[in-house]
Design a protein. Structure first.
Length: 88
């Protein structure tokens, strides 16, 4: 926690932008509690500056993400495992 800003600082693992540039999907190591952390993918809407969704897949440490061409799906992967999330 950064007491000067009142925010928690977390490491950024990766980042991808949608083809139209309206959304980004950063990969963070976000703690659920102070004693438990997991890797999460957030879906940020750049127009509203808001998080639209948070995605996690138990047992998969997401290392990379990509937007589908149709902008309706977000794909995350690690090694030989994939997760596919609807972002409609």
């Amino acid at each position: 926690m950064n007491p000067q800003r009142g925010r928690m600082e977390v490491p950024l693992r990766g980042l991808v932008a949608s083809g139209d540039g309206k959304q980004i999907a950063p990969i963070y190591n976000l703690p659920k509690r102070f004693d438990d952390a997991s890797i999460s993918v957030l879906l940020w809407d750049l127009g509203s500056h808001a998080v639209r969704a948070r995605f996690e897949q138990p047992g998969i440490a997401v290392l990379g993400v990509a937007f589908a061409h149709d902008r309706l799906l977000l794909v995350g992967g690690s090694g030989n495992k994939l997760s596919i999330w609807s972002i409609q």
